[in-house]
Design a protein around this ligand. Structure first.
Ligand code: SF4
Length: 340
């Protein structure tokens, strides 16, 4: 491969017999000469690790920020969104697999410098940029260069991620990040190992670090898959862990699964499962809980946790009304958690 135009990666070290140990995520791939790691876009050429996804988005979109989903970070705003090919997880139920499982050659990948991405956000008046669609952990160098420039320009940046990332690398990658949505894909190691090829404890560790070690605003999403991670008992355990380790102010989104990729033998998540899971979370003390990928006025409304007044009404990804006043409940004056 012609490497003169490729960017040498961060977070790796030489290993035995010309191999490279990639230290970006807890998979710690040992990559032989000419080979890619599990995520495909980090490759060993001539004893150096290259990040071949750098500057190679698979396409851009302007999305509502509610689509990430983020309900407490500049609600109703638009966000320039993109990802690259590849992924460091192997979710059998991937809802975005045409991108995450793609090799760059499968796409007419664009060439976009960090400056180009900032220009695009400005051109479309997007106050934020999301690294999304596949897991941005694997193109961390690109994330850093864009988010640094964005901060200088007053543009916010958002990671939409599974949180499967090495402790040292995450400190570097999140340095200029303003917000994140982290998938907590289930609450058993069985689920994580069997269906995502990753490990629950690594994700929990990232969530605790985000809460206690950073200023990043983050929300959590759990895609409920019938028969796999949707039992009331598992939902209770997840909520209990969130309350004990992250507190009651991290918004939690339960979203509906549709049969896809290698999991087409399951049905769509019933609305009842989503609504019941939300009820459990709220009854246990989680202040903000939402349902997604279905229409639900009640399940998509932000209520004041104190006086229960509806503050932001939504339908799917659209904000219908926003009665917040300076980040507070217009009625009782309670400060609502988030960035408004
Ligand atoms: S980032 Fe990619 S190459 Fe590096 S350890 Fe993770 S999956 Fe392997």
């Amino acid at each position: 491969m012609e490497t003169s135009k490729l960017k040498i990666a961060d977070w790796w070290e030489p290993a035995e017999k010309g191999k490279i140990l990639c230290t970006l995520c807890p998979r710690y791939c040992k990559i032989g000469e000419g080979q890619p790691g599990f995520c495909y876009i980090r490759q060993n050429h001539g004893g150096k690790l290259y990040t071949i996804g750098y500057g190679r988005p698979t396409g851009f979109a302007i999305d509502p920020i509610e689509k990430k989903p983020l309900n407490h970070f500049y609600p109703g705003s638009s966000i320039l969104s993109f990802g690259t090919a590849g992924c460091n997880l192997g979710c059998r139920f991937c809802q975005n697999w045409s991108i995450s499982k793609a090799k760059l050659d499968d796409f007419n990948s664009l060439h976009s410098s960090p400056e180009d991405v900032i220009e695009l956000a400005k051109r479309y008046n997007a106050p934020s940029i999301a690294f999304t669609y596949n897991d941005p952990t694997i193109f961390g160098e690109y994330v850093i260069d864009i988010s640094k420039l964005a901060r200088e320009e007053g543009i916010k940046t958002v990671m939409v991620t599974a949180g499967y990332i090495d402790k040292k690398a995450r400190k570097d990658i999140y340095k200029y990040i303003d917000a994140a949505n982290v998938d907590l894909k289930g609450f058993t190691e069985r689920f994580y190992f069997k269906l995502t090829f990753s490990h629950l404890n690594d994700i929990l560790d990232t969530l605790v670090w985000l809460k206690k070690g950073t200023e990043v605003w983050f929300e959590i999403t759990t895609l409920l898959i019938p028969g796999e991670n949707d039992s009331p008992d598992e939902i209770k355990k997840e909520c209990e862990w969130i309350l004990n380790n992250l507190g009651d102010s991290v918004p939690l989104h339960f979203t509906a699964f549709h049969p896809d990729f290698k999991m087409t033998d399951r049905k769509h998540t019933p609305e009842e499962t989503l609504n019941n899971s939300r009820k459990i979370a709220l009854s246990m003390g989680i202040k903000y809980c939402y349902v997604g990928n279905i229409h639900s006025h009640d399940g998509q409304t932000t209520y004041c946790p104190n006086c229960k007044t509806p503050l932001i009404k939504r339908d799917w990804h659209s904000v219908l009304t926003n009665k917040m006043k300076d980040g507070k409940c217009y009625k009782c004056g309670l400060k609502i958690d988030g960035v408004f």
